[in-house]
Write a protein that binds this ligand. Sequence first.
Ligand code: PMV
Length: 358
Amino acid sequence: MNTADFIPNNFNFSIEKASYKWQTPSNIALVKYWGKSNPQIPKNASISFTLNNCHTITSIDFEKKDSEGIEFEIYFEGNKKEEFKPKITTFFERILEYCPYISAYKMFINSENSFPHSSGIASSASGMSAIAMCLLSLEKELNPNISEDFVKRKASFLARLGSGSASRSIEGPLVVWGEHPEIPESSNLYGVQFPFEVAPIFKEYQDTILLVDKGEKQVSSTVGHNLMFDHPYAENRFKQANDNLNKLSKILQEGAIKDFITLVESEALTLHAMMLTSQPYFILMKPNTLKVINEIWEYRAATGSNICFTLDAGANVHVLYPKNEKDTVQSFIEEKLSQYCQNNQFINDYAGLGGTKI
Ligand code: PMV
């Protein structure tokens, strides 16, 4: 599908009022997206586990209005949030061509996250995908002929225009975003489910997020992506990521867990290596991030566990492990790793199935 396929032409505008509520998750990339061109086109393909417990719940009430133009109010956890308006306005302006109906309604948006507010967990993926699903629920009612597959695809397409990684938060448990020769149907415009059968060890994969640093990031991901222009290692990095996705695809199908660990940890460190070697350079890891990584390596060497880590664009550590190691790894996290978390806080999560209508 291409961009023009998402421009609608057939609506029944008889609906005066409507209300939809969606719960959509965050996701954690295994092969990372870092670097893009306009409009939100990734420089390489990426793949992520969709999470389950870290999610946003958003409702949108639509009320028909006479005036033209984008009009909305936004509430977050019960409070009106004027400061969220510019980002959402930019998003609505960007998608207006694909969702002309949003200018026919006043929108009242109510949103809440399952994870603590400033936990350092990026809420843009779950937040943008939840808004996208609410819009698609309205679109489906205005034009009942669109298929469920189209709904998911377009929701991912819209979410991507809000935040690139949000394109991977509509479905689960594994989603690829970005054109890749080995992944049929893959696209730069939206995420698609990983199309191959995955080995049992990778089913319901566990992710415990260690809240190492809950502060505001010093460098936003928008700035970070832009620093990949003129980055001395950019071209090799984009090629490496696409090669890694090819390798990971086979690893997931074959159940090659040791290779999974090596590839996923290398991807996390490479993402941060890009930050360390940008101009200007920056560091998002904290001393406790490195302490956790070393603890994980020691534990793995001592016990033969299949535990490993990955990192987002921040200091928090995602501890990944198969479901059959849940009890032992949980004890290790409580006894050893929680001391490196702010207020000993961590969130247990696992690979889930994507958004649900409430
Ligand atoms: O979606 P953005 O623009 O916030 O970028 C996210 C980038 C990473 O989280 C670091 C990697 C990824 O693929 O999710």
